[in-house]
Write a protein that binds this ligand. Structure first.
Ligand SMILES: [Zn+2]
Ligand SMILES: [Zn+2]
Length: 138
């Protein structure tokens, strides 16, 4: 991927740059992502923690993950776009919402996870690896 990868929220007040190649990409179908996004699933890029540079004011909302860790979900304080997160148990990688990339077409998922929570109207690419729950201890 061409670096840096750039993205931001709907109103443009929060922007970010990803300065190193993402280490993974997948679609999370968990119920918490559904609620947080108002969508069937979260298309998420996993990027090295220090490779995510953020500008602009954002807020975080803490949710408890299935493994008991806290996921802090970052969103624009003005327009509410969900942008990125950080997990209390992981300071190696950060999830970034792929739909907020300036060029979301570069997103190439290689798995679906939390498919046990997926809605019946949530169509998935049958070619992608499926995980009933999480794909790692996160
Ligand atoms: Zn915004
Ligand atoms: Zn999720």
């Amino acid at each position: 991927m061409k670096l840096p990868i750039t993205g931001g929220c709907l109103c443009g007040k929060v922007k970010y740059q990803i300065t190193r190649d993402p280490i993974g990409a997948g679609n999370c179908h968990c119920r918490t992502c559904q609620k947080a996004l108002g969508a069937a699933y979260l298309a998420v890029l996993f990027v090295p923690y220090k490779a995510l540079k953020i500008t602009g004011e954002y807020k975080e909302f803490a949710t408890l993950s299935a493994s008991g860790n806290t996921m802090h979900r970052g969103f624009c304080a003005e327009c509410g776009s969900a942008l990125f997160g950080r997990n209390s148990a992981n300071n190696e990688i950060r999830p970034v919402c792929a739909a907020t990339l300036d060029d979301p077409s570069i997103y190439q998922p290689n798995m679906d996870f939390w498919v046990s929570d997926a809605q019946p109207w949530d169509y998935m690419n049958p070619d992608l690896t499926k995980f009933e729950g999480n794909f790692l201890h996160f």
